[in-house]
Design a protein around this ligand. Structure first.
Ligand code: NAD
Length: 497
């Protein structure tokens, strides 16, 4: 695709650009330049995509699971061959570093590997002779047409949480990538086509609210997977379930990291820095709020401040020169986060490392905000009211572990939480009592791999079955239980009353 082309839709095995829609710009955040446009589609395109998926469904459902798995084995090879170029594309449209882009795609490929095992994952249960001459078994069936709506922050991984599992289970899929980062999935779905996926099984539509509403209201869409901010996730869950759909909707987060006085200094500060500032803090599992317990502040914060202030910020779109941290997704988002820092400081917090002053001379128009470490944040500080989703680590103080856990549990969110300690007792207390669905013990970003579910709690998740792993298979299938009576042509014991 040349620099400012419009992203095509992918419907019924054909790529096409709709002519009549306004486009939304896709940026290279490192430079602030526009690299593509996304057509903001509505109900007509959604109708066409759903019709194509519905037409393909009987054929794809009846394709044996082992044959469906072969598509994913071939896709895995194609993804490995294209790995470097895809990662550079992720770094360019998102702004994260090449190393972070590699993590983004690698985790996505792991879901493809998981999907290769679908024959085993789809196996049912059976019990012979539940009554004399009668057997019972349960097996899994796909739902039909299912849709996925994605956020900007993981252009590869988040969409790949969804469609490899959904397709391997025998469903047909409509993907609505983030309008901010549509290019990665365009390339990956091109490879899926090359891997032999039949036309109509996978479809891409582009747009914003209008397009999403059309998916939520379409009677032929059986299920919706959504990942994004909490207000939208809550609304998607509400509308989708009202319309009779199965919905899993992952929302925002504010993940607490508890620093205990006995934590290992060097390894803790390195991990906490990566957890807070990796992907410029634009991770739903970012450890964005630290609570230093007792002497932990004095032991750890000077080393953390040194490490953070040494981070190099810059453009990520060239493979031969990479910074420690890239730009944030947009100018508006940079300004929003900078204003939150202003408000936090005005409320009495102490800025130890100030990212608002960061300038990148070789990319003056990029959306840069340097890593910001801000101490003495109190529970009533405006920084505590919202998900910041930028390169900001807010530090609170507490006298005891119990106080620190209580502070974390005041949050409406419940995605991740971590503790750094050498005490098994403290780790166990924390693990049992913190109200979050993914917990790290001396691990700052406890994001589960493809074969585990991504188990956000509270306002970080709306629905019953989480994304990924066996819960993902459960979400994208429905069970059928068959009871079979074998009329008595036999004379053995089993037939005798
Ligand atoms: P967002 O909520 O703004 O957008 C997500 C998707 O919803 C996009 O595809 C967008 O087009 C669509 N959308 C936006 N407004 C809509 C509306 N009014 N109605 C219907 N659809 C709408 O999120 P974002 O800024 O792209 O991504 C960042 C957010 O995603 C953060 O809050 C982050 O924590 C969250 N996130 C959560 C997880 C998780 O697993 N819990 C993972 C990644 C990101």
């Amino acid at each position: 695709m040349s620099s400012t082309e419009t992203c095509p839709l992918y419907i019924d095995g054909s790529w096409s650009v709709p002519s009549s829609h306004p486009t939304s710009p896709v940026h290279n955040p490192s430079r602030g330049s526009v690299i593509a446009g996304v057509p903001m589609c509505g109900a007509a395109e959604v109708d066409a995509a759903v019709a194509s998926a519905k037409k393909a469904f009987p054929m794809w459902r009846d394709t044996p699971p082992n044959d469906r798995a072969q598509v994913f084995f071939r896709l895995k090879i194609l993804l490995e061959e294209a790995f470097h170029d895809l990662c550079l594309g992720i770094a360019t449209e998102h702004g994260k570093t090449l190393a972070e882009a590699r993590g983004d795609l690698r985790r996505g490929i792991e879901v493809v590997e998981f999907a290769c095992g679908i024959p085993t994952l789809l196996m049912g249960e059976s019990l012979e002779n539940i009554a004399r001459g009668i057997d019972c078994h349960t097996d899994r069936h796909p739902l039909g047409v299912v849709a996925g709506i994605c956020p900007f922050n993981f252009p590869a991984l988040v969409p790949m949480w969804m469609w490899p599992v959904a397709l391997a289970c025998g469903n047909c899929f409509i993907l609505k990538p983030s309008e901010k980062v549509p290019l990665t999935m365009q390339r990956v779905i091109g490879l899926l086509e090359k891997a032999g996926l039949p036309p109509g099984v996978m479809n891409i539509v582009h747009g914003g609210r209008e397009c999403v509403d059309a998916l939520l209201e379409h009677p032929d869409v059986a299920a919706i997977s959504f990942v994004g901010s909490t207000p939208i996730a809550r609304e998607i869950h509400r509308k989708g379930t009202l319309n009779g759909k199965r919905v899993q909707a992952a929302g925002g987060a504010k993940n607490f990291v508890i620093l205990m006085p006995d934590a290992d200094v060097d390894r803790t500060v390195e991990a906490v820095k990566d957890g807070a500032f990796g992907c410029a803090g634009e991770r739903c599992m970012a450890g964005s709020t630290a609570v230093a317990v007792g002497e932990a502040g004095e032991r750890l914060l000077p080393a953390l401040a040194d490490l953070v202030s040494s981070m190099k910020v810059g453009p990520t779109d060239r493979a031969d020169s990479q910074p420690d941290m890239g730009a944030v997704i947009s100018r508006e988002h940079r300004d929003r986060v900078a204003h939150l820092i202003d408000a936090g400081e005005a409320a009495g917090a102490k800025v130890l490392t100030d990212g608002r002053k960061t300038r990148v001379d070789d990319a003056p128009d990029g959306f840069y905000l340097g890593p910001t470490l801000i101490d003495q944040v109190t529970p009533d500080n405006p920084l505590m009211d919202t998900e910041v989703f930028g390169p900001v680590l807010a530090v609170l103080r507490a006298d005891t572990l119990e106080q620190a856990i209580a502070e974390a549990n005041k949050q409406a969110f419940g995605n991740g939480a971590a503790i750094f300690t050498n005490s098994g007792k403290a780790a166990r207390e924390f693990r049992r009592n913190v109200s979050a669905g993914m917990v790290g013990i001396n691990v700052a970003v406890p994001a589960p791999l493809a074969y585990f579910p991504f188990t956000g709690w509270n306002d970080s998740f709306f629905g019953d079955l989480h994304i990924q792993g066996k819960e993902g298979v459960e979400f994208y299938t429905q069970r059928k239980t068959t009871t079979t009576r074998w009329f008595g042509f036999g004379d053995g014991e089993v037939w005798a009353k």
